[in-house]
Design a protein around this ligand. Structure first.
Ligand SMILES: Nc1ncnc2c1ncn2[C@@H]1O[C@H](COP(=O)(O)OP(=O)(O)OP(=O)(O)O)[C@@H](O)[C@H]1O
Length: 509
């Protein structure tokens, strides 16, 4: 029998002690022929469709404006929703881009020559593998539509822009309208079978998502429910921060596509205790100017998003202050440290799976490490007086609205809230620069913006008879409260599995 070295004249005999190189497995072809004139090829990032028939407009598909002089087009794998072979026909469903802000469900349908169905089915599997990667296919989605969300058009938006994308992706859908304020809490707490769904999709603003998290938190098996079912938002409200952060868009159809392709992502949840009540916050808490601009300008709704800016300017010019005593459990206090934490997470490759153990059914919400607002101040916490406080804003996500990346260093599950504190007596020009800096992504760097990562705090407003406190955009009583983070207690879907869709603190341009 001839040795390997003898068999291969180009092999270095001095390396004959090493194992022979593995024989290369023949890769199955990445091209699927569809008749004589058409083919589909699995490219690097997209599906390449070649069809000579396109030249004379024989493009057999739905909703595509075919070009007369192009024989190929590419569809990004991200936009591929589903593919299947039925009898001799292959149908590929995809999200067709219509401008920058919209996609719509479309499909290609080709008759294939009777050939190797095993090859065709394998090719379809490879296409779906590239299209979905680590994202679950055919998600089971409970859809909650708030008919009064935003301008009251959530139902229309759902049927026109969202449902067709879910259906084309072969998701299992169960739709329910919320009937009254607090209904989503009841649905999530009482009637929702968490074994039957992978996702709860809120066609609403951030308010219904807040209710769903709180409903899941009321379940006996809260820890399991919050870990098993991903809560997502399809932007149909006036405040759509959750979708901006996780889907990277405020467009309902693009958000639907992002949800179909979303990766399970653990989300820090924050327990708020106020009086005798414990509520969960997933987005933000504010005391001072932000809370007041959001909650006290309802009468200016006709101004649209300008009402917030207007409210802000009025209070800046008036140098309004909101004094409070605050105690904080710091995790990272310098901007340099905070940037390092963010960069370390951003450098990681996206997770391929959610590796949290699923909690057993007898586990409810985690115990409060630091007790409640009614307990003595936890040991080591120092209550400091903030007599000139202008803005106290704690965020668990980056974007608070489409042009406000307030917390650029926020991470979904670093076990921290990002906290911004700004004095209310800064010069008026500095105040206005601060407002502009939020839009210009230079806010984080401003020296008078005190930015830290913290895991718990207590705030006691003082010297004010009344005022505004906002938890996830909802008004709560103007009373002291305490907050503490539970790392990765909740679950959402995101594009990356570990980051928000916002520019981090290091990325200036
Ligand atoms: N059928 C209903 N009737 C009245 N209120 C409802 C109904 N369904 C839901 N809600 C309430 O509407 C509130 C706001 O909802 P959501 O966040 O979806 O919309 P939004 O337009 O962003 O809200 P906001 O009015 O706070 O700007 C929620 O807190 C929820 O309790």
């Amino acid at each position: 029998m001839a040795s390997t070295a003898e068999a291969d004249p180009f092999r270095d005999p001095s390396l004959s002690h090493l194992n022979p190189p593995p024989t290369r497995q023949e890769e199955p072809s990445s091209t699927l022929a569809a008749g004589k004139n058409a083919s589909f090829t699995l490219g690097t990032d997209s599906l390449i469709v070649l069809d000579e028939g396109l030249l004379d407009k024989k493009w057999n598909c739905c909703g595509i404006a075919s070009s007369k002089n192009k024989t190929t087009r590419s569809i990004p794998f991200f936009n591929i929703l589903w593919a299947e072979l039925v009898d001799d026909e292959i149908t590929i469903h995809y999200a067709e881009s219509i401008g920058k802000e919209k996609v719509r469900a479309a499909y290609l349908n080709y008759e294939l020559e009777k050939s190797d169905t095993t090859f065709i089915n394998n090719w379809i599997e490879r296409l779906l593998d590239r299209a979905y990667g680590a994202s679950q296919r055919r998600k089971r989605i409970k859809v909650l539509v708030n008919p009064f969300g935003g301008k009251g058009s959530a139902q229309k938006l759902y049927h026109k822009h969202i449902s067709p994308i879910f259906t084309a992706s072969r998701c299992e859908i169960d739709v329910e309208k919320t009937q009254y304020s607090g209904h989503a809490v009841e649905i999530a707490a009482e009637s929702l079978d968490t074994e039957a769904y992978d996702v709860i999709a809120c066609c609403s603003g951030d308010g219904v998502a807040h209710e769903v998290f709180n409903g899941l938190a009321k379940k006996k098996d809260a820890a399991r429910a919050l870990a098993k079912v991903a809560v997502v938002q399809l932007p149909c409200g006036s405040g759509n921060a959750m979708s901006l952060n996780l889907n990277g868009t405020a467009s309902p159809s693009l958000a639907a596509l992002a949800v179909v392709k979303g990766l399970r992502t653990p989300l820090d949840m924050v327990s708020i205790t106020q009086g005798d009540k414990r509520t969960m916050s997933f987005l933000s808490q504010s005391v001072g100017i932000v809370a007041e601009c959001d909650l006290a300008t309802e009468h200016l709704r006709w101004m649209g998003s300008a009402r917030f800016t207007y409210g802000f300017l009025v209070r800046l010019i008036g140098k309004t202050i909101y004094p409070a005593d605050i105690a904080i459990k710091f995790e990272h206090e310098t901007k340099k440290d905070i940037c390092a934490v963010y960069s370390a997470e951003a450098a990681k490759s996206p997770p391929t799976h959610d590796d949290r153990p699923v909690p057993s059914p007898d586990i409810g919400l985690p115990e409060l490490k630091y007790g409640t607002i009614n307990d003595p101040l936890p040991e080591g916490w120092l209550l400091t007086s903030h007599d000139k406080l202008g803005n106290f804003y704690a965020g668990n996500m980056a974007y608070m609205s489409s042009d406000a990346n307030f917390f650029p260093a926020a991470l979904p599950s670093d076990g921290c809230m990002d906290l911004v504190r700004i004095d209310g007596n800064v010069k008026r020009t500095t105040g206005i620069k601060t407002l502009l800096a939020v839009e210009n992504h230079t806010f984080f760097d401003l020296p008078h913006v005190n930015y830290s990562k913290i895991s718990a705090y207590r705030i006691i407003p003082k010297n004010q008879a009344q005022g505004y406190i906002s938890i996830d955009g909802e008004r709560v009583p103007f009373e002291p409260f305490q907050a503490e983070v539970h790392r990765g207690l909740g679950t959402v879907l995101s594009r990356t599995g570990h980051l928000y869709e916002a520019r981090g603190p290091m990325q200036r341009s």
